[in-house]
Each structure stands twice: as C-alpha cells, then as structure tokens.
Design a protein. Structure first.
Length: 384
C-alpha cells in the first residue's frame, strides 16, 4: 500500500474512533479521502489528468474546447454591454490547461476582451495551485488565485464557470431499508472500513427529494436501492450566488435530470472510482490515490437556483453546446488544412470525442443568470 494510502487510512480511522457513534457519513469519508490537506487525493501529487492519468477531461483533447468556450464568454461580455471590468472565474482548474487555452486564444483573437478580464481561479488544493502557477507563468499578471473567503459578497461581474467540478463533491449515500429512507455510514472493522445503515444524519436529505420533486422512497423502488445526494452542490451554488453581483454561472459536468438520476432501475447509484484510467465502484481501495465521483443532479441545481433568484438561461448537452459555438466549422476546416495524415486523424478524433453522445458529448451544460439581460439567447444555446 502506498504511503499516501497508509496515512490517509490512519487519519480516517482515527477520525471515526473520535466520533461518539464510531461512524461517519460517507460524505465525511469522501471529503477526507479526496480533500485532506496533506494526504487527500487532490492535495497529493497523485493527480494526473490526461491520457496517462486516472481520467481525462475535455481540455485534455487539445485547445479546441477552451477556444470554443471563449466564443461563449465573448458573447456574454457583449450581451452585458462590454463592461470595462469582467470577472472570469474558473472554479476548480485542474492542472491549468483549460485556463491556458482560454487565455492564449483570448490574447490573440480578442485582445480587447483580454484586456478587461480579471481571471480568477478558485482552487482548494495547494498542490494543484503550484502546478497551475508553473504552467501559467506567462499569464501571472492576468490571473489571481483566491479562496471564496477572500471575495466580497456581490462583488463579481462576469461569468463563473466549472468543468467537471461538482462530480467530485462529497456525497451522502442513502438507501432504502424496510421501505424507509436511511443513510449509509462508514465505520471500522478488523478487515478495514465497513458500511452500516442507520437513520439519516440530517433532514436536508428528505428536503432534497422534495426540492427535485422525486417521490423517494416509494413502492416502485426495491429494498436495498442505493443512491447519492449531493448536498455540497447546493451549498456551493449558494456561495457562488452570494459572490456574484451580475452575470452568469456556467456548469459543465456529467449528470442527469433528477427523474433519470433517481430512476428505480438505477438501483446502485452512480458512484465511481477512477484509478490509472480504470474505473470501479469500491471507494475503499487505493484510498488517497484514486478519484471518487458521482453524477450531477442538474434538476437540483436548477430548482435550487430558482429559490436563490437565479434564472435558468439554458440546459443542453455538450455536443449541442459546442456545435452551436462552432465545432462543426472546425471539422469542415480540416479539409483545407495542412496537417499530415496522422495529425489530421488525431485532430478529427479529438473533435469527435468532444461531441460523442456516449461520452463527453453527453455531458450536461447548464447556464444560470443573475441580474443579467433577459430574453436573450446565448450563442451556445442557439440551435437554429
């Protein structure tokens, strides 16, 4: 077992023993496994994104993804009347490649917009911040790294965006026992971590299903049905909304509407673990050395956003979104380019992966507005 796994296992074990009930929620376990300040997966040097890493994202496939997002950002800036100060806030920037692609393209193609941008990266992991700063050294005067606690309430004007962020938020695991909603906890046994089922830890879990308008549980769900609830996503949206004075929140991630997420046939939930480009469903292996994720419930973000006063501007799949931003034109331009045959195939494959409906193209894209111009169709949602 890797040193990282040994240490984080010890830390989690001690934390469980210090709890009066000798158990913790799965959300607490997942938070420690991923985000412990020293030995959590995202705080260690274990995070590798791309073809040789644990997983890859849209930005791993080249510069096209970031450049197409720029087309949406420039459209937002124009709709907002081209303010002379525009906050572009990337929440969870990974290794920094997406920021690099966005800023490089802006600097060349839209220098006027580039000049007014204040690029902010919100990142919890000191390790990832160091990697981002090394990569983005040429933009050090354009980027600032900040925690949410350093940003004043209702101070941001522009666009807050995330790409595959919410899927890694700690989730509560819930289940049905004797027809009732119960919660899955983590305790310690002689053989390691073990799950037990008991009453829910917070009434917010029941309130969540009321929020997304899913009658759960009921007779259509089988005994032992298990799924996840991402209460942290609601806290996050509340926080972003508080900091945003005027503009948009753009969320891109893999997920479903609530009715699909909590379908009776999805009886094992969506929790997945990623380790060296293989995925499995055991979060108690490779602790601190693997990613743990669950799909995003976009209905929860939309409905909770409504309660916060946000406007649902658009919701679609990544394939439709990127095509509306010009990905189809990029495919057409390949015919007239000077790539050699191998480069041509690689570029075409990368573009097709971005819109593959069974993969990245099936990701959800949600944009919500706050005090933003109404009755305006954003470019990424204009499918005519």
């Amino acid at each position: 077992m890797a040193i990282n796994s040994v240490e984080i296992t010890r830390i989690i074990t001690d934390y469980i023993h210090s709890n009066s009930a000798k158990r913790i929620t799965f959300a607490e376990y997942m938070d420690l496994a991923l985000y412990h300040s020293e030995y959590g997966y995202y705080s260690s040097d274990k995070v590798e994104i791309g073809s040789q890493g644990d997983f890859f994202t849209s930005s791993s496939l080249g510069t096209d993804y970031g450049e197409l997002l720029v087309e949406q950002f420039i459209g937002i800036w124009q709709i907002m009347g081209k303010p002379n100060h525009f906050d572009l806030v990337e929440m969870g920037a990974g290794l920094g490649f997406l920021a690099q692609d966005i800023l490089s393209f802006l600097q060349v193609k839209y220098p006027d917009f580039f000049q007014v941008i204040n690029y902010i990266i919100i990142e919890k992991s000191p390790t990832l911040i160091n990697k981002q700063q090394e990569l983005l050294v040429n933009f050090v005067n354009k980027i600032c790294w900040q925690g949410w606690d350093k940003i004043k309430s209702k101070s941001l004007v522009g666009c807050c965006f995330s790409n595959e962020l919410i899927d890694a938020f700690p989730v509560h695991k819930v289940t049905i026992k004797n027809g009732e909603l119960k919660e899955v906890y983590v305790t310690v046994s002689e053989s390691g971590f073990r799950e037990i089922v008991d009453d829910i830890s917070t009434d917010k879990l029941t309130e969540y299903f009321n929020l997304v308008k899913v009658n759960f549980p009921n007779e259509t769900y089988s005994e032992g049905y298990q799924t996840e609830v991402n209460l942290a996503a609601l806290d996050w949206l509340n926080l972003v909304n508080d900091k945003l004075k005027m503009g948009y929140i753009l969320t891109i991630d893999y997920g479903y509407s609530a009715i699909k997420y909590y379908h009776p046939q999805r009886y094992q939930g969506t929790l997945k673990c990623y380790y060296q480009h293989r995925h499995h469903d055991n979060p108690y292996l490779n602790i601190g050395c693997q990613d743990i994720t669950s799909h995003v419930d976009f209905t929860a973000l939309q409905n909770y956003g409504n309660l916060l006063g946000l406007t649902n501007i658009g919701y679609t799949q990544q394939a439709m979104f990127l095509m509306a931003l010009g990905l189809g034109d990029r495919l057409d331009q390949l015919r007239n380019n000077t790539y050699n045959f191998q480069e041509l195939l690689a570029r075409r494959d990368a573009l097709h992966q971005l819109i593959d409906p069974t993969g990245l193209g099936g990701f959800g894209v949600l944009i919500q507005g706050k005090n933003a111009p109404e009755n305006v169709i954003l470019k990424g949602f204009n499918f005519s």
